[in-house]
Design a protein around this ligand. Structure first.
Ligand code: BGC
Length: 813
């Protein structure tokens, strides 16, 4: 990061200079949102932008996917998040000259996103062409406390000279707008948004009056409804007049002010968005009105106070501190703040890959939520974790239908979706990722273990466990080869550079977990709560023999292992492929997916993202320490990290296997994915999975947390250069503050009863009345340096053949 332009500040992201060259990145970095509503960091003037973006979680348009060559069960319904009408625009004219950041002569410029107040602020002093100086300060926030509310303010003061000032506060439907609105860029990058070249938002209502503008729309095909309301108040001793107008695609509140030197002008713009799958627009307009009335009565200051209070509570439960390391501290807080902005008020909707910060991946929900975001939420904001899991539950019916369409029993969750239907048009790297079923089950079990939310398990959770277990038991098959083994064929694991394979290790061990936990849960329920069991059995038509079958499938699950190479192959045939020589692949051919046809990638041992290595993190007890090390050393040199979901996991397993330097390097890579735009696509939105993974890397990686047996255990591996790592955890009814140093680990019960934790092999009963300090002697083995891509030196498969490495010639030379 350029530290002159983005100086270090532990609680804020600060920008001291406006630079039009990286608008896309800064729009994402300075976006504000609450998981329901999100606004990109577009400047108030509403002119040049990479993407003018405002998003309402789940508000999407659908379209027919046309496959050039069709087949049964292909995804039919494309789903794309809509860029809802933009309320961020507040244009300023002084002596009829518009403020345009790119060309303005600015005496001062500062923009800050404050993680403790949740407010984006910009301060500008502008020297107009006529030589007058004017100060323009703005704020923008999306409320955590009031889900549908956003508030903007603008303060304008003539510092030198009087001038006529015009402030034009607008609402613009940019999704369907033309003329001065930016055209959709053409691209062939699968990580970007689908673009539709037809009208999407059909205008239903426009109304204006008394400082208010209300616009209502229905999405043309999805029939989802949306209303946006804007309320204005101007405070000034200057003489002024005002005019409000609205048409189908815009609304304007224009103030003409005779501004005198030093006489301040203060504008408050309250904004409300309401959306629905089917509620009439008129009703949504009423809801907007009520949100605006309430905010007006409450007053801007008090709404800001609520935001501060909400965030104080959030940080009390979620902060991770790195004393003495302000640059890292800032980045850690930025990432955690982003997860809050992506999830806090998502409620009945999911968590999109980009949250509500950008259009990337079309606003779709993936496994990112369960594997990367839910661990953080479970331990810090359990209510939001519960909502995300409940959201999956609401999709269960669609998942049952999808399983039936795919000729399976049980439920198959879509790889990517907004409305519950599979939206992945490329099945090999999409639908084939059946592991999403087990990922959801895994996150669910972790949530119930950590929170003790048995109610959720009994009502929604058990249903998810049963239906996903049914899927696995039906998808896999028995094979007798001496012993009876359970195999799963034709699936894709997390690594999308190898698809549709037999016995993907990740899928098999995660499915094993899913099957075993489903059987255990149901059996326990039968014994402990026969009434509840009877209800569940009736509801799901559950037979005892199918539950026994799940346990048998789990026990006999085939887990590939190659004795000659001494590693777990990613799938049955993985080691039969030649190795991609990453060390000799030119930088301009990265990421590989943008330079090579998928088939070229599929022929090689090369990974987009952690796969076996991720399985070893999630299900650490299924692997011995020796296996973990051998697997990590094998896969790490052939992992490109072309997906941002990789680095944080590589960091965790590098720490676990003693590669402390590497762990730190991968951690930095994950930590600065967006802040340093390391993948060149931060402009599409925040990489929310990576942001959540930053927490996992700190807590599971460096603090070595291990929670698979419903117990809290730690095997710490603090980087040598770090004096201290401090974090908070919510476990059942107890809130803990954990402080890790090189020579000790300290546990403080902040509230709730004492609990038992394990550090290394020893157990400790924490006393709520005083902190428990555990002395540490060292933090595990430390291996220095890099891992050499060992197959280059010659590795042998089980059949004795040599594995060699090369780089294919790419299509573009
Ligand atoms: C990754 C997937 C991920 C998706 C959305 C892809 O690049 O390979 O694992 O779910 O991005 O973040």
């Amino acid at each position: 990061m350029d530290r002159t332009r983005f100086p270090i500040d532990e609680w804020r992201l600060v920008e001291t200079d406006h630079d039009p060259k990286d608008l896309g990145t800064t729009e994402t970095l300075f976006a504000v949102g609450n998981g329901y509503l999100g606004m990109r960091g577009n400047p108030e003037e509403g002119r040049d932008a990479h993407t003018h973006g405002t998003y309402v979680n789940g508000f999407h348009e659908v379209w027919q996917i046309r496959h050039a060559e069709d087949a049964h069960g292909f995804a039919r319904v494309g789903q794309t998040i809509v860029n809802v009408p933009d309320t961020k625009v507040i244009k300023v004219y002084v002596d009829d000259e518009p403020l345009t950041l790119d060309v303005a002569d600015l005496d001062e410029y500062e923009r800050t996103l404050d993680f403790s107040s949740g407010v984006l602020r910009r301060k500008v002093i502008w020297r107009t062409s006529a030589g007058k100086r004017v100060q323009i300060n703005t704020t923008r926030m999306v409320s955590f406390a009031q889900r549908h509310l956003a508030i903007m303010t603008m303060d304008v003061t003539m510092l030198e000279g009087d001038a006529p000032i015009v402030i034009s506060s607008q609402v613009l439907n940019r999704q369907d707008g033309h003329d001065d609105y930016s055209a959709a860029p053409v691209h062939n990058d699968p990580r970007k948004q689908e673009t539709l070249d037809r009208r999407i938002l059909d205008p239903i209502t426009q109304w204006c009056g008394d400082g208010r503008i209300m616009l209502g729309y229905r999405a043309h095909e999805s029939r989802m409804t949306l209303a946006v309301g804007v309320d204005h108040s101007l405070f000034t001793d200057n003489h002024y007049s005002e005019q409000v107008s609205a048409d189908p695609d815009s609304g304007k509140m224009v103030y003409r002010i005779n501004a005198q030197q030093s006489v301040p002008i203060h504008l408050e713009k309250l904004v409300a968005y309401h959306s629905s799958r089917s509620v009439p627009v008129r009703e949504l307009i009423d809801r907007c009105r009520r949100t605006l009335d309430r905010a007006r009565e409450q007053g801007v200051e008090s709404v800001h106070d609520d935001q501060l209070a909400w965030l104080a509570d959030f940080w009390k439960n979620a902060d991770v501190e790195l004393p003495g390391q302000p640059a890292l501290q800032q980045a850690v807080r930025w990432n955690l703040f982003q997860v809050a902005q992506a999830t806090a008020r998502a409620e009945a909707y999911g968590v999109a890959a980009k949250g509500v910060s950008g259009p990337g991946y079309s606003g779709h929900y993936f496994w990112d939520t369960e594997i990367y975001v839910l661990p953080f939420l479970t331990y810090t904001l359990p209510q939001a974790a519960r909502c995300a899991l409940r959201f999956r539950y609401t999709m269960l019916e669609a998942a049952r239908k999808r399983a039936a369409e795919m000729a399976q029993l049980g439920a198959l969750f879509p790889w990517r979706t907004i409305n519950g239907e599979e939206a992945s048009a490329y099945y090999a790297a999409g639908t084939a990722q059946y592991h999403i079923d087990a990922d959801i089950a895994y996150a669910l079990v972790k949530y119930v273990n950590a929170t003790g939310d048995i109610d959720f398990l009994l009502h929604e959770g058990v249903e998810i466990l049963v239906e996903t277990a049914r899927l696995w038991a039906d998808l896999g098959f028995w094979r007798t080869n001496g012993d009876k083994e359970f195999h799963i064929h034709s699936v894709t694991g997390p690594d999308e550079y190898t698809t549709v394979v037999n016995d993907n290790l990740f899928t098999n061990v995660m499915a094993r977990f899913n099957l075993a936990r489903a059987a255990e849960t149901v059996n326990e329920l039968r014994v402990r709560n026969p009434d509840a069991y009877a209800r569940v059995a009736k509801r799901l038509d559950l037979q005892e023999r199918e539950v026994d079958e799940w346990a048998r499938c789990a026990a006999a699950m085939y887990v590939p292992y190659d004795h000659e190479v001494g590693v777990h192959p990613q799938d049955m045939h993985f080691l039969e492929r030649e190795v991609w020589d990453l060390s000799n692949t030119p930088a301009d051919k990265r990421p590989l997916m943008l330079h090579y046809h998928p088939l070229v990638l599929y022929r090689f041992q090369v990974l987009k993202q952690a796969d076996v290595v991720l399985a070893m993190f999630l299900l650490g007890d299924d692997f011995t320490p020796e296996e973990k090390r051998a697997n990590f050393e094998y896969y790490d040199p052939i992992t490109t990290g072309d997906s941002t979901l990789s680095a944080v996991v590589q960091s965790i397993m590098a720490a676990q296997t003693g590669y402390h330097d590497l762990a730190l390097r991968y951690f930095y890579a994950g930590l600065f994915v967006d802040l340093a735009d390391r993948h060149g696509n931060t402009s599409d939105g925040v990489h929310v999975a990576s942001a959540g993974g930053v927490w996992s890397a700190l807590v599971y990686g460096f603090a070595g947390m291990h929670d698979n047996d419903a117990k809290l255990c730690f095997q710490p591996r603090l980087p040598e250069s770090w004096p201290e790592l401090r974090f908070r955890l919510h476990w059942r009814d107890t809130r803990l503050l954990v402080t890790l140093r090189n020579d000790q680990m300290r546990f403080e019960v902040v509230s709730g009863p004492g609990i038992r934790v394990q550090v290394g092999a020893e157990q400790f009963d924490l006393d709520p009345s005083e902190p428990t300090t555990v002395p540490l002697s060292g933090q595990g083995e430390r291996r220095r340096g890099e891992i050499v891509q060992w197959p280059l030196k010659g590795g042998y498969r089980e059949d004795g053949s040599l594995i060699t490495a090369s780089v294919p010639r790419s299509r573009d030379g």
